[in-house]
Design a protein around this ligand. Structure first.
Ligand SMILES: Nc1ncnc2c1ncn2[C@@H]1O[C@H](COP(=O)(O)OP(=O)(O)OP(=O)(O)O)[C@@H](O)[C@H]1O
Ligand SMILES: [Mg+2]
Length: 349
């Protein structure tokens, strides 16, 4: 049975769509059959994968409002293991059109029953609101991923979101879990980014993904080319960040093995060959910038058919590998934001 992850935060522009598209693409690149569902009337995830939402007649709108089978609205993408149910601006009216529907919060849950076993992961991109569309996504989901932008007022509204999640858990979906809080648009040069990151970690503890999504221009360029970042620039830091995130989730879910623990004894007995001293250099290359992400073979050699899904295995603890450097070269006027963060954080509980 596929695991359904809703990417939600009612705050606008925090990286929900970027995360939904690129996480789904990275899971697919790791050869996991994945379905991306766009439930936002803005249809950014749809156009971000190169699909023109204006020309579509079978979308998530028809699935939720007219009751067509999700398989009818499912489209192939450039990645062999990734399929998508697109959105359309019509979805704006769905909340009102569904007002008479009995159990209208469960429409998506019921629609997905028929298709979720075809995939290992179903990723849902939510709109920036806590309305009926997001409620449907949270009711259909096994877990919710919360992107938090490393910016001013990052924590604003998180209390409201957590409250909604606990109401959904109580009344609509007892098994809803928090998949994790994802720090996005992180800039290690900004003291503010570091402050937000440590504040979020202090509040959410190990619910925060180890992987951090850095600010990367390739991530913002890729949608205008209708591609996930790994097809737009496979060597970018954005590709690496989202592959790391997928790896962290796959390990936690027991689909990828944990990396083997280092054999300390043999490392001591046979030390590596001496490395010549480094020459001072004007530019320092960040090794992560050039690292080739894993499973790129899957990207390079798309298969003609989506294979049978694998059964999802149980949960284990995650262990991502994104390391962020702190370069406190920082900027002015962090104090008001810091004050605001503290106010926000204290209002969360
Ligand atoms: N890591 C990043 N680096 C650089 N730009 C980014 C990054 N993540 C997102 N962006 C850009 O920030 C903007 C907002 O991102 P995105 O659309 O993913 O947010 P959203 O939460 O889905 O927004 P909305 O609430 O409107 O649906 C977009 O222009 C996107 O390209
Ligand atoms: Mg969006």
């Amino acid at each position: 049975m596929g695991k359904v992850i809703a990417v939600a935060n009612q705050k606008g522009g925090v990286g929900k769509t970027t995360t939904a598209v690129n996480l789904a693409a990275s899971l697919a690149a790791a050869e996991q059959p994945t379905l991306l569902i766009d439930t936002d009337p803005q249809a950014n995830a749809t156009s971000g994968l190169g699909i023109n939402p204006q020309k579509l007649t079978k979308t998530i709108y028809e699935v939720m409002v007219d009751g067509i089978a999700p398989a009818e609205a499912t489209m192939k993408t450039d990645l062999a293991y990734l399929e998508m149910i697109p959105s359309h601006i019509n979805l704006v009216g769905a909340e009102i059109e569904m007002i008479e529907v009995v159990h209208r919060e469960k429409v998506l849950l019921k629609a997905l029953e028929a298709v979720r076993r075809k995939y290992t992961y179903v990723v849902i991109d939510c709109p920036p609101s806590l309305g009926l569309l997001t409620l449907n996504a949270l009711t259909a989901a096994d877990s919710v991923m919360i992107p938090v932008q490393c910016e001013y007022y990052a924590l604003e509204g998180l209390g409201q979101l957590l409250n909604t999640i606990s109401i959904v858990k109580k009344h609509l979906n007892q098994s809803l879990d928090i998949e994790g809080v994802l720090l996005t648009m992180y800039d290690s040069r900004l003291r503010l980014s570091n402050q937000v990151a440590s504040e979020v970690r202090r509040y959410f503890g190990d619910k925060v993904f180890q992987t951090i999504i850095t600010r990367n221009v390739r991530l913002s360029e890729a949608p205008s080319h209708g591609k996930p970042v790994l097809l737009y620039d496979a060597l970018s830091i954005g590709t690496k960040n989202y592959m790391d995130l997928a790896t962290e989730i796959l390990r936690r879910d027991g689909i990828l093995a944990e990396p083997p623990a280092m054999d300390v004894a043999s490392a001591i007995i046979s030390p590596p060959a001496a490395v010549p001293p480094r020459q001072p250099s004007a530019t320092t290359v960040n090794p992560t910038e050039t690292a080739v992400p894993p499973s790129m073979e899957a990207v390079a050699k798309p298969k003609s058919q989506t294979p049978e899904p694998e059964q999802r295995v149980g949960m284990a603890n995650g262990n991502g590998n994104a390391q962020q450097q702190s370069q406190d070269s920082a900027t002015a006027s962090v104090a008001p934001a810091q004050h605001q963060q503290q106010r926000d954080i204290s209002s969360l509980g």
